[in-house]
Design a protein around this ligand. Sequence first.
Ligand SMILES: Nc1ncnc2c1ncn2[C@@H]1O[C@H](COP(=O)(O)OP(=O)(O)OP(=O)(O)O)[C@@H](O)[C@H]1O
Ligand SMILES: [Mg+2]
Length: 338
Amino acid sequence: MSPRVSRFAPQPVVLPIGGGKGGVGKSVIAANLALALARLERRVILIDADLGGSDLHHLLGLANDRPGLGEVLTSRDLGIAQVVAPVLEPRLEFVPGDAMVVAAANPSFQKKRKLLHAISHLDADFVILDLGAGASLTVMDFFLASPLALVVTLPEKPALDNTLNFLKNAVYRTLERTLAGNAAGERALAGFQARGRGAGAMTLGELLAGLESEPADLARQARRSLARLRPKLVLNRVRRVDDFLFARQLRDRVAADLGLGLEVLGFLPEDEVNREAAAQGVPALDLDPRAPFCQAIARLGLAIAPWAGRAAQWALHDRYEGDFERAATEFAGLVRQG
Ligand SMILES: Nc1ncnc2c1ncn2[C@@H]1O[C@H](COP(=O)(O)OP(=O)(O)OP(=O)(O)O)[C@@H](O)[C@H]1O
Ligand SMILES: [Mg+2]
């Protein structure tokens, strides 16, 4: 067994960072949050899990010259613990993606399962997974690797439908896994998929109600696995306090359509510092820690750091308890300072 993987060490908090759309800031948030948590003396492993689109090394200012997930997924015996390497900061380690490898973007379920198991046993306080855009099976399986996950979205109208669709895919994939191998369950799910949109679309509630009449406790199993889904929303590129209404609207839609509670974990301002950081090939947090975006990331780190070793408890915790006004007031103060 590799020295980095200990059977007895507490499991890390695995934190996938997803969101339906490309370019919403998943990678920027992953890189800077990882750095912020490392500076709060948490041991962090940052993984570029954007298979087919890996570019996190650029944000960290690193050359693309080390093996990463691509090699792990295409090799018979290379484990993820062997490609974890220190970068930038004490306590921060990085696993590059698959930028140098072909045919790693759609791994088999077995490969993924083995990889996700190894990820959940890495020796760290936090393992942050930067996911690719879209809602492909691979993105979903990484997203569902943990009871917790951050969903990044922008305060724009199209993002609302997009995020909703992303979460609907997460729900569907969860049910698909739970009901796999059960004929009645698979039939019900196929019906749900076929009537997914438009007038007469089947709601999740209808699907679950239909399962109630099936034997084998299907509905209870389905409800139990859905109850484990605790995504947390991060609204990025916020410009105005009004943008909070968007987060509230999104949370209400997610509750009504999918029956999921979507906690609002944080708001990050639109900030030029990101453009400058990208141009210079350094994380924004290194370029100007006083920039509003960096201060907001540092606060996010402060909110997250105490949950090291307590993923299950954190999953159930709601930072603002649905109090958008409080979140908005905090945010407004931050932008004034910045
Ligand atoms: N808060 C912000 N303020 C200003 N620019 C931002 C902010 N967040 C992200 N950006 C910019 O948006 C662009 C996309 O960010 P990023 O690459 O992190 O998105 P992504 O969601 O990872 O995209 P992909 O899905 O393609 O991987 C980058 O140019 C980044 O600098
Ligand atoms: Mg990205």
